[in-house]
Design a protein around this ligand. Sequence first.
Ligand code: HEC
Ligand code: HEC
Ligand code: HEC
Ligand code: HEC
Ligand code: HEC
Ligand code: HEC
Ligand code: HEC
Ligand code: HEC
Length: 249
Amino acid sequence: MLKKLKSIPEQVIRLAVILVIIVVVFVIVRAELVPDDFGELGHYRKGAVDEIASLELKYAGQETCEMCHDDILETKSNGYHRSVNCEVCHGPSAKHSEAPDEFLPSAPRKRDFCPVCHEYLPSRPTGFPQIVSASHNPVKPCITCHEPHNPVPPETPHECSACHAEISRVKSISHHAYLECKTCHEVPEQHKLDPRGNAASKPATREFCGKCHAEENEDYPGVPQIDLAEHEPRYVCWQCHYPHMPEAK
Ligand code: HEC
Ligand code: HEC
Ligand code: HEC
Ligand code: HEC
Ligand code: HEC
Ligand code: HEC
Ligand code: HEC
Ligand code: HEC
């Protein structure tokens, strides 16, 4: 008998001992430590249901705010923040909803709050509005420029020159100084917010420049004229004349 035992490899015996310990511990835990009402209704403690139900409510839910702040809810539900619930920003407000005079929720007025969602992160979906807060209008709180309940991105100042500074500077001292950019480019309003998603158009044909230069032009009298059929007909005009600084010499 003992001989037989000795012939079993040592590691198998150790495994067997561990197995026995596990079984014993399992039996003890099952019998002594699992609460009595566990498993009566399912794989959970029956008593837990009442315990959870008796916890104090902290979040009231957005529908509750509507009772007293319907104007704000209305503003928000038509704006970019429609999917962000009130209590995401104002914190749990159940107590406030029951006794508004006694408890006031906080309002996140400081600059460090909004970047929680809007700071640039490569892992955020492209298209989600993101900023680099270190360089995006630093110092001032975000809400000086953005209304938190309806954050419409404000208009970029200075029309085109805000971004196309060099072109506007060059054009402003050229023969085309008095032509607005939109004389030659159709620019969707959204181009100023999302330039790549909303491209501006560019002139495509010789006839476009010919509108002014091939015939007498009432709006711009004295425009130097060319014969469209004769003047270098094999090329488009801007292969020779930079449109933002056209030279004839
Ligand atoms: C029963 C009415 C009532 C309900 C419901 C209610 N509020 Fe108010 N709330 C008030 C009143 C009244 C004030 C104004 C107190 C004051 O002007 O001092 C107020 C003020 C506030 C303020 C301003 C705090 C500040 O610093 O100026 C915030 C934020 C606010 N409520 C958020 C909420 C949110 C979020 C909800 C929904 C979860 C909500 N309220 C639900 C009545 C209510
Ligand atoms: C994106 C975050 C955000 C969300 C979402 C939000 N708020 Fe606010 N709320 C603010 C900030 C920031 C202020 C402080 C504005 C200020 O001082 O000019 C504020 C101010 C308030 C005030 C004070 C009065 C006022 O108009 O300045 C009330 C009341 C209020 N919020 C209620 C609500 C309610 C109700 C909702 C949901 C319908 C809501 N808020 C959703 C950020 C938010
Ligand atoms: C819980 C996340 C969250 C917080 C906090 C938050 N926002 Fe937003 N914000 C959003 C979402 C979601 C949108 C809508 C994005 C969309 O339409 O694709 C949005 C849109 C915006 C836009 C519109 C930009 C555009 O061009 O589309 C601005 C501006 C903005 N938020 C400013 C703020 C400011 C200021 C605060 C702080 C008071 C703030 N946000 C806090 C989630 C958040
Ligand atoms: C001095 C005014 C000012 C302040 C302060 C400011 N912004 Fe802006 N924000 C703008 C203007 C103007 C635009 C639109 C033009 C642009 O993209 O620069 C804008 C655009 C945005 C956009 C849209 C970007 C996109 O790609 O669609 C978001 C999001 C935004 N701001 C969030 C914030 C947050 C968050 C803060 C605070 C950390 C903040 N802003 C502070 C003026 C401001
Ligand atoms: C917020 C900054 C911004 C403003 C404001 C802006 N643009 Fe642009 N624009 C850009 C950027 C960035 C590009 C480059 C887009 C790309 O590479 O696809 C561009 C490209 C262009 C192009 C070239 C399109 C192409 O196919 O090569 C034209 C034309 C143009 N913009 C005209 C204008 C005019 C005219 C205005 C004023 C009404 C204007 N832009 C205002 C940022 C801006
Ligand atoms: C007389 C017509 C005309 C006017 C006015 C004009 N552009 Fe252009 N622009 C063009 C043409 C034509 C092209 C195409 C050039 C090419 O493809 O080489 C162009 C190209 C561009 C481009 C593409 C990049 C580049 O340098 O080729 C941008 C950006 C641009 N224009 C912006 C502007 C802005 C901003 C203004 C106003 C300050 C303006 N344009 C005024 C005719 C014009
Ligand atoms: C809306 C009318 C208009 C359009 C379109 C227009 N131009 Fe002009 N252009 C003018 C005017 C006006 C002048 C002369 C301004 C002056 O008195 O110096 C001018 C001057 C010129 C000159 C003469 C410069 C010199 O040295 O005398 C050239 C070259 C020129 N434009 C090329 C172009 C080209 C290329 C296009 C197309 C991309 C174009 N223009 C589109 C109105 C226009
Ligand atoms: C192959 C190059 C080339 C092309 C393409 C070209 N031009 Fe010119 N253009 C010139 C040169 C060089 C001059 C100056 C010498 C001359 O008058 O022939 C000039 C002169 C002009 C002048 C001044 C005429 C005057 O009497 O002062 C205008 C206006 C003009 N071009 C417009 C255009 C327009 C519009 C187009 C497109 C339909 C165009 N050019 C295409 C090279 C070109």
